[in-house]
Design a protein around this ligand. Sequence first.
Ligand SMILES: [Fe+2]
Length: 396
Amino acid sequence: MNRPIRIETPSKQRPSIESIERQKRNLSVRWEDGHQSLFHHIWLRDNCTCSQCGDRSGGHRYLELGSVDPDIAPEELSIDSSGSLQIRWQGDGHLSSYTPAWLREHCYSSDSIVRRRQQPVLWDSTLNGKIHEWDYEQVLAEDSTRLQMFQHINDYGFAIINAVPTLEDQIESLASAFGFIRETHYGRIFDLISTPQQRILAQTAHAIRPHNDELFRDPIPGLFMMHCLRASECGGGASILVDGFSAAQRLRSEHEEMFDLLCRVPIPHRRFLVDDVDDVALSANWRSIELDRYGDIKAVHINERTMAPLDTDENSVEPVYQALQQLLALVYAPETCVTYRLEAGQAAVMDNHRVLHARAAFNGNRHIRQCHVDRDEFFSRLRALRRRLDSDQVYR
Ligand SMILES: [Fe+2]
């Protein structure tokens, strides 16, 4: 079912500078929409983007910070005919120019920081029956549709794609739209198929509780994708998705001390299979909940199947168990779960640092192929598409 999705369409109308007040160590800029920004002299000199200094925003830089006088100040200020701020600096008389769009996008005055933080759309079981589905051909053919889908993954943490050809290796092409496949000891692609020779739970027909994948790796796989070649004939094997951010946010509002503990204590995860068949001894430690620099939830890492013996100070052992039990209860609660049965020709793409996935038990010949791609490449493509479709977009 299609539903309206939140797409941030960049505004072509950016405010212009109304006035500039020169202060001892900074400039106070008043904008025509009433907003006020403070730009420190050293910050402005450091961010000169002339060909001699290079581009700080794009990561191509020639100016060496050590060569900048910490007390540098403008000799002259002006606004040119295009509305750009021009500064001639004291000392060497270097000339810098800043467009109003660039200055406003990089304003670091407090309410601007709040403005540019993109908040995720939190969801729960009320999303059942309302999941937006994307068309494979359209996503591949149209940059604007692909950008919308990428933005949807950024906002919701997952996307469902229809009409993916049910060819054995189609997942390779699907994955290449998002990034590069991360090869592991499973190879590039992992077949989720019930087999009597199972080595791990995923290769059985048992139900699997919601979890993030492969937390015993460092780095943790970023995007997790599943391509359904054959659904279970019995109707079982539904996929269950859980918004880990939503569950963690609930823990924060209902049990703040537990939330804080799980943001602090690393949880060990392991996969040891050292025998005649395998030679795998993976081990990594991750906090169940990670915060960004603003204190917002930026990642969840939850998988009780791969948890190794807890190794923390003795006073924290019981509180950590209590907090984990509480978080797992929230993650497993029916009101958090969205159930979706992938049919043949459908694919699901999930942010493995946010969305937990699970599977109901099934019988029969269900065949799903899965792989992982790293998130840095995915977000690079998202930013590049934004920029390609709107040249005013500032890299962030
Ligand atoms: Fe999994």
